[in-house]
Write a protein that binds this ligand. Structure first.
Ligand SMILES: Cc1cc2nc3c(=O)[nH]c(=O)nc-3n(C[C@H](O)[C@H](O)[C@H](O)COP(=O)(O)O)c2cc1C
Length: 206
């Protein structure tokens, strides 16, 4: 089995795969982590669209990643039509890029959305309180939020009308690629997932 020496540790492809998911898990938990704000891309009838999100949840065994969004947003509607999705992470300090792609499942009125909503802070819930959904043209440069909530967070009860706008996008990953930048030559590995979380892995030329 071929391994690479990184930070004093010998990594096999299997160990790298595990390490990558651990990094992703950390990114979902620690808001200052380099992997906390990835870019997520999808396609619609106009082409490719990409934006920054907050990495909210990672399930390493299930090979799943999740972000939260407004169900009135462009991406929600696009993903309903075409659920191919791609994620991009870069940790500049570790010099590691992780790319993942898979299929998105949209959760709005089920246990997954309910659990995520229950765990959301009032300031996170507040962004779903706008009467008009995201991307609607506005005469004035406004936030779309009720004025009172621009300065103060709503109470739990005041967030109730926002629940209907809140959704969770869960990606089940089918492909992951790891790239490590190194002055002695970069290294790259690719992982393809089969249904039950098992995978095939290859080293590839960077
Ligand atoms: C640091 C950062 C984090 C963001 N997190 C999210 C997020 O978790 N969910 C989300 O829908 N939009 C998030 N946004 C806003 C999106 O990048 C995007 O502007 C918005 O969702 C509209 O995208 P759409 O028109 O493709 O739907 C974030 C933006 C930044 C800069």
């Amino acid at each position: 089995m071929y391994t690479i020496l990184k930070d004093g540790i010998n990594y096999s492809l299997e160990a790298l795969e595990k390490d990558s998911w651990l990094r992703l898990l950390n990114g979902s938990i620690k808001y200052k982590d380099a992997l906390h704000n990835p870019a997520v891309a999808n396609v619609n009838q106009h082409g490719v669209n990409i934006r920054t999100v907050v990495l909210r949840k990672v399930k390493p065994v299930e090979k799943q990643l999740a972000f939260h969004t407004d169900i009135r947003s462009g991406k929600w509607n696009d993903l309903l039509q075409q659920n191919n999705i791609s994620w991009l992470f870069y940790d500049a300090q570790a010099r590691i890029q992780i790319r993942l792609s898979g299929t998105a499942a949209l959760h709005q009125d089920d246990g997954i959305a309910e659990e995520a909503w229950a765990a959301s802070t009032m300031s996170n819930r507040k962004i779903y309180l706008g009467k008009t959904g995201p991307s609607v043209i506005s005469l004035l440069p406004v936030s779309g939020l009720p004025a009172a909530f621009e300065t103060n967070d709503p109470t739990q009860e005041e967030t109730l009308p926002a629940r209907k706008n809140f959704g969770v996008v869960v990606t089940t990953v089918t492909w992951m690629e790891w790239l490590w930048l190194n002055s002695k030559g970069h290294r790259r590995a690719r992982f393809k997932y089969i249904n039950d979380g098992s995978f095939s892995a290859d080293w590839v030329i960077p």
